[in-house]
Design a protein around this ligand. Structure first.
Ligand code: AMP
Ligand code: MG
Length: 414
C-alpha cells in the first residue's frame, strides 16, 4: 500500500462518514450542538421603526430649528400623536417612531429652551439614529442555517424566534481502546518497568472537546484473542479509536484483528510526521449502519496529532458541522527549522503576537514520545512534504488548537 498524503487520507475518511440522524433538543441543553434544520424569523425585528438613541423624534426637513415637544415616548409605548411640521416627540431608545417622524436626534445634540420647546442646531438625513423595521430580521428569513454550531450568540437568536426546541444532529458513540503489554492504567500503582497509559485520557479529552462523551474500554494486551474481545466491544460504537499496535511489528495485531472482525481497511500509511502509522477502516453492517475504526499510533504525540487531522474532522462531519477543520493562521517563524522532505510535518508551536502578527516557536523537543511538546502547544505548524527547511522570519501556516481562543492580554488598543 502506498503512503497517502494527509489530504488524500482525509478525503477517504470524510467520504466514509455518514451524517448522524437528528433529534430534538431543548434550547437550554443545546450549547455546542449543531443545527439539523434551518431556523427562520417568525416576525420582523424591530417590529416597527424604532429610535436607536435617547433624544427627539423629528421630521428631518424641519432641521435646524426650534421644535415643539408634543409627546413623550418610552420603549414599549405606542405613539398617539402624528408629527406635523414644527413638532417633535421626546423618545427613548427602542421606542417606536411616531407617525410623521423620519429621524432621531440624540439628546446631546439638542438644547431644551422651554418646557415644551427644543432647539436643534444640526441637520440630519432621514433615518438618522433610526433602526428600521426588519433591520435585524424579516419574517421568513433564514437566520441560522442547518450545520451551524450553536454558540451563545446563536442561542440568543433561537430565543428571539421563540425556538424552545429544535433539531440537532445526534452525537456519535465513541469508544477508546489502548493497546500494549507495557501499559499501566491510571488506577494502577507506579511500576518503573511500565509505561503510563496517557493516550486513553488525552484522546478522551480530544473527543470531549468535540462535545462527545466517549467510553474508555481500557487497555488490551498485545494478544490476538484478548485484543479481539476488546475490539469486538469497541465496534458496537459509531467510532472506535485504538491506539498502539497498528505498525508492522510482530506484536502489532490491531490491523489483522479488525479485518478478521469484518472491517475493511481503507489505508494504514500516511506520509506525515508525527503520525505514521495510522490505520483507518470501516465496518459496514447489513442494516446499513457503519462503524469507523481509527488505528492511531501509540506514541502519545502522534496519537493526538492524528486525532486532530482525521478524527476531529470526522466527528464534526458526522455531527453535520459545516466547519469540520481547525482554524489556520499565518505566522512568522521565530527561529529556523530543519526538515527532511517526504512527509508533511506537524510541529508543535507556541504563538506570540506582535504588531506584524503571529510569531511561532517550537515547544521544545519534537520527539513524538515527548507529550509535553503537545501540552504546551497553541498550535500545529504545518510544513509541506517538499519543504527542506525554513529560516527565521519565513511565513508558515499554523493550525490552532483548543485554548487558542483565549489569551493573557486583551490584545487591542482603544
Ligand atoms: P506502538 O504504536 O504500539 O508501537 O507504540 C509506540 C510507542 O507508544 C511505544 O513506545 C508505546 O509504549 C507508546 N504507547 C503506546 N500506547 C500508549 C499509550 N496508550 N499511552 C502512552 N504511550 C503509549
Ligand atoms: Mg504497542
Amino acid at each position: 500500500m502506498e503512503y497517502l498524503k494527509v489530504n488524500q487520507a482525509l478525503e477517504i475518511v470524510l467520504d466514509s462518514v455518514a451524517t448522524q440522524s437528528s433529534e430534538m433538543v431543548a434550547i437550554e441543553k443545546s450549547l455546542g450542538r449543531v443545527l439539523a434544520e434551518d431556523i427562520r424569523a417568525n416576525r420582523d425585528l424591530p417590529p416597527f421603526d424604532v429610535s436607536a438613541m435617547d433624544g427627539f423624534a423629528v421630521r428631518s426637513a424641519d432641521l435646524p430649528g426650534a421644535l415643539s415637544i408634543i409627546e413623550d415616548i418610552k420603549a414599549g409605548d405606542i405613539p398617539k400623536m402624528t408629527l406635523a411640521p414644527g413638532l417633535c416627540a421626546r423618545i427613548m431608545t427602542g421606542a417606536p417612531l411616531p407617525q410623521g417622524a423620519d429621524a432621531v436626534i440624540r439628546i446631546e445634540d439638542t438644547r431644551q429652551v422651554s418646557a415644551d420647546t427644543v432647539q436643534i442646531d444640526i441637520s440630519v438625513k432621514a433615518a438618522n439614529d433610526v433602526r428600521l423595521r426588519g433591520e435585524s430580521m424579516k419574517t421568513g428569513d433564514i437566520v441560522l442555517n442547518a450545520g451551524t454550531e450553536i454558540t451563545p450568540g446563536a442561542i440568543g437568536i433561537l430565543a428571539t424566534v421563540k425556538a424552545k426546541n429544535f433539531r440537532v444532529f445526534r452525537r456519535p458513540g465513541v469508544a477508546i481502546l489502548s493497546t500494549g503489554n507495557e501499559l499501566e492504567s491510571i488506577d494502577e500503582p507506579v511500576d518503573p518497568n511500565r509505561i503510563p497509559d496517557s493516550n486513553s485520557h488525552a484522546l478522551m479529552a480530544q473527543v470531549q472537546a468535540q462535545g462527545v462523551e466517549p467510553v474508555l474500554l481500557g487497555i488490551a494486551r498485545d494478544d490476538p484473542e484478548e485484543l479481539e474481545a476488546f475490539l469486538e466491544r469497541g465496534l458496537a460504537y459509531d467510532v472506535l479509536l485504538v491506539s498502539g499496535g497498528t505498525s508492522v511489528g510482530v506484536h502489532d495485531h490491531v490491523r489483522p484483528t479488525v479485518e478478521k472482525l469484518g472491517v475493511e481497511m481503507k489505508f494504514w500509511r500516511v506520509a506525515m510526521k508525527p503520525g505514521h502509522p495510522l490505520a483507518f477502516g470501516v465496518l459496514k453492517r447489513s442494516d446499513g449502519s457503519r462503524s469507523l475504526v481509527f488505528g492511531l499510533p501509540g506514541n502519545p504525540v502522534s496519537s493526538m496529532v492524528c486525532f486532530e487531522q482525521f478524527v476531529a474532522p470526522a466527528l464534526r462531519s458526522m455531527m453535520g458541522n459545516a466547519r469540520p477543520y481547525r482554524r489556520t493562521v499565518k505566522a512568522r517563524l521565530a527561529h529556523p527549522v530543519r526538515m527532511k522532505p517526504g512527509r508533511t510535518e506537524f510541529v508543535r508551536v507556541q504563538l506570540a503576537s506582535d504588531k506584524e502578527g503571529y510569531l511561532a516557536s517550537a515547544t521544545g523537543t519534537q520527539s513524538s514520545g515527548v507529550l509535553l511538546s503537545m501540552a504546551r502547544a497553541d498550535g500545529l505548524m504545518v510544513l509541506p512534504s517538499d519543504c527542506t527547511g525554513l529560516s527565521a522570519g519565513e511565513t508558515v501556516t499554523v493550525q490552532l488548537l483548543d485554548g487558542t481562543e483565549f489569551q493573557n492580554e486583551t490584545g487591542f488598543q482603544e
